[in-house]
Design a protein around this ligand. Structure first.
Ligand SMILES: [Fe+2]
Length: 247
């Protein structure tokens, strides 16, 4: 087994991609080492501009590299105030590096199966700045990610080992969970044709949901995103709970 004693200097995204492919030839995952490698790369927009594809209504997941099937490396583009639902990570390791702007992470403990319907309360809130790296897994808990800025967008790079095509979202008000398919807005810099994702129905639902999210006229909002705890119909709850997990 390879021992990681020295953190390499990473001068470009391409070098980072090659380094990650080398690291994950092994099944060993050294969280500290991977964090150090991701930190070694300093964000340069010229490297990742082609993966930086925004949508007006929702944040986007843009595939950078599939890592020979062992992981997914992607860029997430967050418009002003865009955010995710509370979600798990399907037993994968999750690394997040900020490429531009900020991300706010709100962590939660797993809801108790025995306590029935219980509101979920944040356990920790963090703000990550450009080039910072965060790590998350199901062993740590659940989280929601969002762009805290109402003025500028943000871009983050996410590494999931192994890759997953679905995860679970949680309703902050009740702790209820649902399965959500994850989709790519683009792959390798090319927009993914509508309906070519894993679950085109979920993509349509997600789009609707995010339109609601950005309704600032007192609409229903997303799952907990606007912290609206009243007047939410069952249908809206269902739509909220099937939020896209792109973080
Ligand atoms: Fe996440």
């Amino acid at each position: 087994m390879e021992e990681y004693t020295e953190v390499p200097v990473i001068n470009s995204l391409e070098e980072l991609i090659q380094k990650l492919r080398q690291i994950f030839k092994s099944d060993k995952i050294d969280v500290d080492y991977v964090t150090a490698v991701l930190s070694s790369y300093k964000s340069n927009p010229k490297d990742w501009k082609k993966y930086s594809i925004f949508d007006t209504h929702r944040y986007t997941r843009n595939l950078i590299d599939e890592g020979n099937g062992k992981y997914n490396l992607m860029a997430l583009c967050w418009g002003e105030s865009h955010g995710s639902s509370i979600h798990d990570h399907s037993n994968s390791h999750c690394f997040v590096k900020i490429l531009e702007g900020q991300l706010k992470e709100t962590r939660y403990n797993w809801p108790s199966e025995s306590q029935g319907e219980t509101e979920m309360n944040p356990s920790e809130i963090s703000i990550y700045e450009k080039d910072q790296v965060a790590y998350m897994s199901d062993r740590i808990g659940l989280h929601r990610m969002e762009n805290p800025s109402h003025v500028v967008g943000s871009v983050s790079m996410h590494l999931y080992i192994p890759p997953f095509s679905s995860c679970r979202t949680f309703d902050e008000r009740t702790g209820h969970k649902r399965v959500a398919q994850v989709t790519f807005y683009s792959k390798y810099g090319e927009r993914t044709p509508f309906g070519m994702n894993n679950n085109p129905i979920s993509e349509r639902v997600l789009h609707f949901e995010h339109c609601q999210k950005n309704d600032r006229s007192g609409g229903l909002g997303s799952a907990g995103f606007k912290r609206n705890k009243c007047g939410v119909s069952l249908l809206q709850r269902q739509l909220n709970d099937v939020d896209a997990i792109r973080s």
